[in-house]
Design a protein around this ligand. Sequence first.
Ligand code: SME
Length: 153
Amino acid sequence: MSDYTLMAEQVKALAEEDRQFIPVLSNASALIYETIEDLNWAGFYLVRDDKLVLGPFQGKVACIHIASGKGVCGTAWEQDKTQLVKNVHEFAGHIACDGASNSEIVVPLHDPKSGKVVGVLDIDSPTIGRFDEADREGFEILAKALEECIDWE
Ligand code: SME
């Protein structure tokens, strides 16, 4: 079982006690941060009205609001598509919360009932090119598990 499949099983097991987004996403950010090597930030932004708002995370203090289409997170939301950024300094409009970040992957999260994007999973690394297609696939498996085990309404 890969680290990602294991984390997906762990978040599902943890959510059996409570399906609210705060405990599930808080534990998910902790699991990711302690399981995956070479990260400096792991957490969530949640869609609230017309913007993304900072959610549960591990790492340094981060920006609180991100508009649709802005930065890597706002782009993932607007395009409803995972953004795998090998070098954040080459991504036009990247928002630097932690100067140590050099690569990033952002995966949209959906409410399975409406199909709408309800937030994004955002992972940062100090290493350029830290994430590859296997990480994309893994984080998308984890995102799907989170989508299904949280009561989004
Ligand atoms: N780098 C992100 C902002 C959030 S921090 O990485 C925590 C972006 O460009 O959207």
